[in-house]
Design a protein around this ligand. Sequence first.
Ligand SMILES: Cc1cc2nc3c(=O)[nH]c(=O)nc-3n(C[C@H](O)[C@H](O)[C@H](O)COP(=O)(O)OP(=O)(O)OC[C@H]3O[C@@H](n4cnc5c(N)ncnc54)[C@H](O)[C@@H]3O)c2cc1C
Length: 438
Amino acid sequence: MVAGSNPAAPTRLKYMKENPIIIIGGGLQGLATANALIDRGEEVLVLERSSGVATQTSFANAGMLTPSQAAPWNSMADIVSILSGIGKKDSPMLLKLDQVPSLFFWGLRFLFNSSKSKYRSNTENICKLAQHSLELTKQIREKYGFDYDHSTVGTMKIFRDESSFHKASKEVKRLSDLGLTFRVLTNQEVVEQEPLLRDVSNKISGGIIFPDDETGDAYKFCKELETAIREKGGRIHVNTEVKKILFNKKKVNSVITNRVELKASRVILTSGSWTSSLLKNTRLNLPVKPVKGYSLTLDTSFLSDAPKMPIIDEGIHTAFTPLGYSLRVAGTAEFAGFNDNIHKKRIDYLYKTLESIYPSIAANLDLDKGALWYGFRPMSPDGMPYIGPTKLSGLYINTGHGHSGWTLAMGSADVLADLMIKKQPKIEVNPFLASRAV
Ligand SMILES: Cc1cc2nc3c(=O)[nH]c(=O)nc-3n(C[C@H](O)[C@H](O)[C@H](O)COP(=O)(O)OP(=O)(O)OC[C@H]3O[C@@H](n4cnc5c(N)ncnc54)[C@H](O)[C@@H]3O)c2cc1C
């Protein structure tokens, strides 16, 4: 149809301008969702309470885009690690005793999803979403020439004990049925992939390389996405905190911010770990809990030889990611609520892990000059995000991506945008639907 030949079109355009889809939260999920909706001809308004986009959990994560790491944290090994970390500030996974009551029902669901069959099917679902997501991340990078210190050399997982190496090598074969490519490596082959590991080769049992994984700086990606969204006519208001969403007969009516009340008929919650607080005046009970993690970003520009291969040290839940002229060490998981304290023991833990993998580099880097950061992973009890409409008309959700929110962002947004325009999403969506909780 020729533009303008539909007499109703200008009216719809005016309606859309006056009634944009309101997206609450300008992190990875909010921006990816805004972009996906604009590309489907929708008008969007992102409301972000911070002074800029992606200043919270999407700021300095480990930078891994890894369908290979689709497994949720419900494995028996993880549960043992969480339980053995009760009260221990230097363990990779810490559960604070005072959080146990508030985590009780969430914890029951978490345990329910740790059965072998649930764990397997959840892993497969997340893997499919992650592959779709990575493909869309590549597409947008190529389309707009996004620059975010990305690398396409893949990622390598290393193991420090024989039994976890053998177990992982067996497990990963299942994912090859989903099209995941990988190669199991001896410790010598691990060193061939990343020669700087030679100092510790005798402590490594083996590794697995995933050539299709990518890495990149999530914050830089978000800034590129912000520019693209604004250029396409999307609006992003920072310093705008949503205080409440008002409903009329179970239908979204308006959004009250620290500045104004905005009429709204469609609202999307992409507010990460803070999403539940926006549902307090509803009967919806979204089981998303904050799981705190830290990162330390170190300047490596002056080193003659810096690491090139992104590495995941599975046993200690730590990632080592070269990003441009820096190296980011990220990991640890604290089930400690919204706790803004920076525990020295957690930082010491990151230092120690760096020393244990790259001793010569750690000796040359000024660890005290590293940029320290923490964020709150929005974690669902089954490890899968909540995407789609809720029981309240006009209210949608895209959150709960836990430790994989960078990997899953573009795919989750694509799924939600398709659902909202009543188009069949490109992957099976049932496992992710928000209606399984709200
Ligand atoms: C240490 C660490 C390492 C990680 N590593 C990886 C990795 O390697 N790969 C990977 O895939 N994922 C990783 N993650 C996970 C990933 O970073 C998160 O899943 C992702 O950033 C979540 O994005 P989000 O948009 O849901 O949340 P956020 O980025 O937190 O965005 C939510 C936004 O909502 C805003 N907001 C909240 N309430 C309101 C309100 N009332 N009004 C207005 N705005 C509001 C907040 O200010 C915030 O900006 C890691 C996380 C951590 C902590």
